[in-house]
Design a protein around this ligand. Structure first.
Ligand code: NDP
Ligand code: 2IT
Length: 444
């Protein structure tokens, strides 16, 4: 049995109740086969694959808080510190009822490779809670965030582990958590990214994941002799990533005709009105039915369905496993040329393979959505030098990073005879840097 297969079996056995983690590891290890085969003896002797698939440590803790009725509620908090070979642990905090250890581990594992691809010195980590922010008052959100940070503050620090936003965690939650960290630890430091602009946040961090996704997509199109101008784009999600992906795609001359949330989706034949979407989702925190009610060109549908809309480019920006094999078939049948992932692992493995086999240019989230964490690392740099850069400066760095990521993953795929397989290219390019650092640092 090959070394990759041995470790895959081990991971499946040791983490049998964590399907998303197994899915993420399977995708990565399968695509690393040529690299591992070329270095099998060295990697095996040093247990590189066993070490990279086992978190450095994982914290699980009780998060008690009091709701508006005076009732004590209890949630479960998580932080997984996966690998710090190339820098402090870095990754978001997800607040969603579906959160469990396996989900946080899959996200933390992916973060190792993504963060390596940014070319900046950040390791991989992730955290969150099964807390549901929907329908909670600002006071309840604050009570939860303060309790969550009371425990989390023991394990993080500006040079140790730097959390940020993810699903359900935006500027409001980061603000409450930062305040509590400062109060408990007594230090004003860059312990979180995605902070408000008046207390150490970076310009362009809010926009960075969505904008970065489009900078990479544009470069991919350009390298295939195409442009974004006049293209029809289908986006899923209606949160931070989806909103700024839609905005940038439209600035590039494309027409984005869909968005979706956890209850339904919108088809807007005139193109999504970003200002209205922001008002509905960022200000009112309401459902997409309110978007449809305010916009005559929009149709609202219950459930899921954006992938049935004819498009040139599809950008899944909501959550994991939201683009299935049947959706991939529909996209191919409708002539879709390109799929770039704004979300983490939104496409199932069989759907990914179907898209690749049918000539769709497919870039996975580790490369395509790396602009968010890259800009978080730029926020860390600004905090360290106690300076703030202009929007244009940060945005220019972000563009440069995303264009470089595209060329690095393209080159890595070519080096191993897999031209056009950007999934393999991203996993290989991300892995190479981490493995070199692990080997240099000895057994740890
Ligand atoms: P938000 O919470 O801002 O938005 C998430 C969106 O996805 C919402 O519209 C939400 O619907 C929808 N959604 C969430 N869960 C589900 C579900 N189970 N089924 C259907 N729809 C769902 O999160 P982000 O935009 O920040 O994150 C989106 C994705 O991008 C995630 O995979 C995240 O890990 C990834 N990502 C985020 C980065 C960032 O910087 N924020 C960076 C890199 C990746 P509703 O409005 O009803 O809640
Ligand atoms: O998945 C991700 O890369 C994020 N949620 C952003 C992490 C970060 O530290 O900015």
């Amino acid at each position: 049995m090959s070394y990759v297969d041995e470790v895959l079996e081990l991971v499946k056995k040791k983490n049998a109740s964590e399907p998303e983690f197994i899915q993420a590891v399977t995708e990565v290890l399968n695509s690393l086969r040529p690299v591992v085969e070329a270095n099998e003896e060295l990697y095996k002797k040093n247990a590189i694959l066993e070490r990279i698939t086992e978190p450095d440590r994982q914290f699980m803790f009780r998060v008690p808080w009091v709701d508006d009725k005076g009732q004590v509620q209890v949630n479960r908090g998580f932080r997984v510190q996966f690998n710090n070979a190339i820098g402090p642990y870095k990754g978001g905090l997800r607040l969603h009822p579906s959160v469990n250890l396996g989900i946080i581990k899959f996200l933390g594992f992916e973060q190792i490779f993504k963060n390596s691809l940014t070319s900046l010195p950040i390791g991989g980590g992730k955290g969150g809670s099964d807390f549901d922010p929907k329908g909670k008052s600002d006071r309840e959100i604050m009570a939860f965030c303060q309790s969550f940070m009371t425990e989390l503050s023991k394990y993080i620090g500006a040079d140790v582990d730097v959390p940020a936003g993810d699903i359900g965690t935006g500027a409001r939650e980061i603000g409450f958590m930062f305040g509590q960290y400062k109060r408990i630890r007594g230090t004003f430091e860059g312990v979180l990214t995605g902070k408000g602009l008046t207390y150490g946040g970076s310009l362009a961090r809010t926009e960075a994941t969505g904008y970065g996704l489009l900078y990479l997509t544009q470069e991919l199109m350009k390298c295939h002799g195409e442009s974004m101008e006049g293209k029809t784009v289908v986006v899923s999600g209606a949160g931070n990533v989806a909103i700024y992906a839609t905005q940038k795609a439209q600035q590039m001359g494309a027409k984005v005709v869909t968005c979706s949330d956890s209850t339904g989706w919108i088809y807007d034949s005139e193109g999504i009105d970003v200002a209205l979407l922001k008002e509905v989702k960022e200000v009112k925190r309401a459902r997409l039915t309110e978007y449809a009610a305010a916009r005559p060109s929009a149709e609202y549908h219950e459930g899921r369905g954006v992938w049935q809309i004819k498009c040139d480019i599809a950008l899944p920006c909501a959550t994991q496993n939201e683009l299935l094999l049947e959706d991939a078939k529909q996209l191919v049948a409708n002539g879709c040329k390109c799929v770039c992932e704004g979300a983490n692992m939104p496409t199932t493995i069989d759907a990914t393979e179907y898209l690749q086999q049918n000539g769709v240019w497919f870039v996975g989230g580790k490369a395509a959505n790396a602009g968010g964490v890259a800009t978080s690392a730029l926020e860390m740099s600004q905090n360290s030098e106690r300076l703030s850069w202009s929007f244009e400066e940060v945005d220019a760095k972000l563009q440069n990073i995303m264009v470089n990521i595209y060329h690095n993953i393209d080159d890595a795929a070519k080096r191993y005879g897999m031209e056009g397989n950007y999934v393999a290219g991203a996993n290989i390019a991300g892995f190479e840097k981490v493995v070199n650092a692990m080997l240099a640092q000895g057994v740890c």
